[in-house]
Design a binder for this molecule. Structure first.
Ligand code: XMP
Length: 325
C-alpha cells in the first residue's frame, strides 16, 4: 500500500543499488521536486551527492539563503552555491524580447551548470561523477511526450538540465519519475523537509527574468524582489497563499505620476498576479479580498520609493497566460 515510509525505504534501496559507490550531481533549484530528490538522495547515499545551486540573480528575496539554510546547514547536504548574477545580467543586457530572454537565461544556466559539473567531476578525489539526478515527475514525462508530438508547450524548459555538452554525458537518476505532485509532497514531508518548502507555489525556470517586462536590469530586479516579498508576506499572513495556486508581482517598465507629501513622484508600476488553477492549463484570477489588495498596495507604495502605482491583474487563462511574458 502507498505510504510515504514504504516508498522511501523502497526508493532508497533502489538508489543504493543503482548508484553503488559512484558520485551523483544534482541541480538544486529550491523548488519542490529537486528538493525532494536532494533529501531522498542524501538519505540514500549521503556524501556521494553534490548539489549545485545556481543563483541567477533572478530569484526571489532570500531564496538562495533559504536553500543553503535548509540543505547545507540543517541537513548537511553538500551544496555548491554559484553566484552567477552578474553573468546573467550581462547576458541579458539590452534584450527585451521574451523568447530571446528565455533562450539567453536557459543557455546561461546550462553554461554555468556545466562549468560546475566539470569542477565537481575533477575535484572528486579521483571519484568520477557518473550520475546526474533530476526532479522529473510523472506529469513532466507526459508533458514532454506530448510536446514531442507538437501538442503542448514545454513547461519545464530548463529546470531539467537537458542539453548538457557531450563531455558531460551522465547517466540519469530520476527517482520521482512515476509520482504525481501530491505524492512527491508527501514524500518531502516524511523526509523532514519544511512544510513551507513543500507547499511552495511553482516558480518558472527563467524566474524574475520573465516577470520584469522588457529589459532586465539589477535595479528592476531589486524593486521587483521587494514588492514580491511584501505580496508573499501578506498572502501568507492572511491565509491566501495556500488558497491560490500561484501568485507573484510583475515589474512594469512604465512610469506613472504619484504624490508624496508636497511633491510629485514619477516612478514605476507594479502589477500583482494571483491565480486559482489545478492544472495550470486554464486558470482564474484569484478573487482576493479588496482589503488584502489594499494592504499590499499601500505597503508597496510606502515602502518602495521607486514605485508609485500598483495594479491587480484581473485576466484569466485563456486568453491570458499566467505569466506576463
Ligand atoms: P503560462 O504563463 O504559460 O504558465 O500560463 C503556466 C505555468 O508554467 C510556468 N512557466 C514556466 N516554467 N519555464 C518554466 O520552468 C518557463 O519558461 C515557464 N513559463 C511559464 C508558469 O509559472 C506557470 O506555472
Amino acid at each position: 500500500s502507498w505510504t510515504s515510509d514504504n516508498i522511501i525505504d523502497m526508493r532508497i534501496a533502489q538508489l543504493k543499488k543503482q548508484i553503488g559507490d559512484k558520485q551523483v550531481l544534482l541541480g538544486l533549484s529550491g523548488g519542490v521536486d529537486s528538493s525532494v530528490v536532494a533529501a531522498l538522495l542524501h538519505k540514500a547515499i549521503g556524501d556521494q551527492l553534490t548539489c549545485v545551486f545556481v543563483d541567477t540573480g533572478l530569484l526571489r528575496l532570500h531564496e538562495g539563503d533559504q536553500v543553503m539554510q535548509v540543505f547545507a546547514e540543517n541537513m548537511g547536504v553538500k551544496v555548491i552555491r554559484v553566484d552567477a548574477e552578474e553573468l546573467f545580467l550581462t547576458a541579458l543586457a539590452g534584450e527585451s524580447d521574451p523568447e530571446a530572454k528565455r533562450k539567453i537565461i536557459g543557455k546561461t544556466f546550462i553554461d554555468v551548470f556545466a562549468e560546475s559539473a566539470r569542477q565537481v567531476s575533477e575535484q572528486g578525489d579521483g571519484k568520477v561523477v557518473e550520475f546526474l539526478a533530476q526532479g522529473t515527475i510523472y506529469p513532466d514525462v507526459i508533458e514532454s511526450a506530448k510536446s514531442q508530438q507538437g501538442k503542448a508547450h514545454v513547461i519545464k524548459s530548463h529546470h531539467n538540465v537537458g542539453g548538457l555538452p557531450d563531455d558531460l554525458a551522465f547517466k540519469l537518476v530520476e527517482p520521482l519519475r512515476d509520482l504525481f505532485k501530491d505524492e512527491v509532497r508527501k514524500l518531502g514531508i516524511t523526509l523532514g523537509l519544511p512544510a513551507k518548502m513543500i507547499n511552495r507555489h511553482p516558480f518558472p525556470g527563467p524566474g524574475l527574468g520573465v516577470r520584469i517586462l522588457g529589459e532586465v536590469t539589477k535595479e528592476f530586479a531589486d524593486i521587483l524582489r521587494s514588492a514580491d516579498a511584501i505580496f508573499m508576506e501578506e498572502l501568507e499572513k492572511s491565509g491566501w497563499y495556500e488558497k491560490t495556486a500561484q501568485a507573484f508581482a510583475v515589474f512594469q517598465p512604465i512610469k506613472s505620476v504619484g504624490v508624496v507629501g508636497d511633491g510629485r513622484r514619477y516612478a514605476w508600476v507594479i502589477a500583482l498576479r494571483a491565480v486559482e488553477t489545478v492544472d495550470f492549463m486554464t486558470a482564474r484570477f484569484a478573487h482576493l479580498p479588496y482589503d488584502l489588495i489594499e494592504i499590499v498596495s499601500n505597503r508597496i507604495m510606502n515602502e518602495i520609493a521607486e514605485v508609485s502605482r500598483v495594479t491587480y491583474d484581473v485576466s484569466s487563462k485563456p486568453p491570458a497566460t499566467i505569466e506576463w511574458e
